[in-house]
Design a protein around this ligand. Structure first.
Ligand SMILES: [Fe+2]
Length: 307
């Protein structure tokens, strides 16, 4: 599904990809990967010289790979972690990723890593702060940084910008790219009562180089970004809209818990081909059997790592 279409950063549409996960290592060492490309969680391979590195080297030799991080903490008030960036760059020297991404979030403060992707107050002040840090990271990595919109469960009263406005300004000021997680837009839209279609129509489409799709969980009063279910119909519809508006960009299925066998994973991402033709699978949002017993989404945000 690769195409010649490129976005503003000159990065090609890689087609349909999946995350490289431990569960599938043995399968992938013996079989063709079938998908067009892979995304790795960078931290899983930094300073890791065991079997995982061996599998990674094999995958890199046969498919394009992009690096997706969860610890840059671009929104934190801590100084940038230069040791982390050095290790990230060392991994990039091995992987030669098509791009490197992380999230618009902070993961901790005072050198504490919460291992969660926490939301920022979206203000002109935080925009200036993040702009300076993105520019610095891009100088260090010597490439554009690709930033993903997070799924969030709370907002700040001090925020003066919508997330799509913040991202638009950030792109204009830094030249960074965007990883549009369509599922995250759907989740945050439900949780904060905004129209996800409006969000997708109002981001800078030419800056989008990749999309994530995933299946969330309905916890009754909020949606949780669990990455453990098939992609629901609503997310597929938003995905098709986003693909039309961007002209077509690389697609990655995220599935990080209750991970299915590899063939099922591939079948799920391949649904994108029918979706792009306007044929949507009829899949409801998975409803948690614990929905009635869960009352505090912020507790979940603090307990769960979302990629
Ligand atoms: Fe994502």
């Amino acid at each position: 599904m690769t195409s010649d279409k490129t976005n503003r950063l000159g990065l090609s549409n890689l087609g349909l990809g999946v995350g490289l996960r431990t569960k599938h290592y043995a399968h992938l060492m013996k079989n063709e990967p079938v998908v067009d490309w892979f995304e790795i969680i960078s931290e899983n391979y930094m300073n890791n010289f065991g079997y995982a590195r061996h599998v990674l080297e094999h995958i890199v030799s046969i498919r394009p790979v992009v690096m997706h991080g969860v610890s840059m903490s671009i929104g934190s008030t801590d100084p940038l972690n230069l040791e982390y960036l050095k290790q990230l760059k060392e991994l990039a020297d091995l992987v030669k990723p098509v791009w490197i991404s992380d999230h618009l979030c902070w993961t901790g403060v005072a050198h504490l890593n919460t291992h969660d992707l926490l939301p920022l107050p979206l203000t002109l002040e935080s925009l200036k702060h993040v702009t300076e840090r993105v520019n610095r990271v891009q100088d260090i990595l010597k490439r554009p940084l690709i930033l993903e919109n997070p799924s969030t469960y709370m907002e700040f009263q001090d925020s003066t910008l919508h997330e799509w406005e913040f991202l638009t300004e950030l792109v204009n000021k830094t030249g960074c790219g965007l990883l549009l997680d369509v599922n995250n837009v759907f989740v945050s839209g439900f949780n904060h009562n905004f129209d996800p279609e409006h969000y997708i129509r109002n981001i800078p489409h030419k800056a989008v180089v990749q999309m994530h799709i995933a299946g969330p969980t309905d916890c009754d009063t909020y949606l949780l970004d669990t990455h453990d279910q098939p992609v629901p119909t609503q997310v597929w519809k938003l995905y098709r809209l986003a693909q039309q508006l961007t002209g077509g960009v690389s697609t990655l299925l995220e599935w990080d818990a209750n991970i299915p066998e590899y063939e099922e994973l591939v079948a799920e991402v391949n649904k994108a081909k029918q979706v792009l033709l306007g044929d949507f699978p009829d899949v409801p949002v998975y409803r948690s059997p614990l929905a009635d017993g869960v009352s505090n989404p912020v507790d979940h945000q603090m307990q769960t790592v979302h990629e």
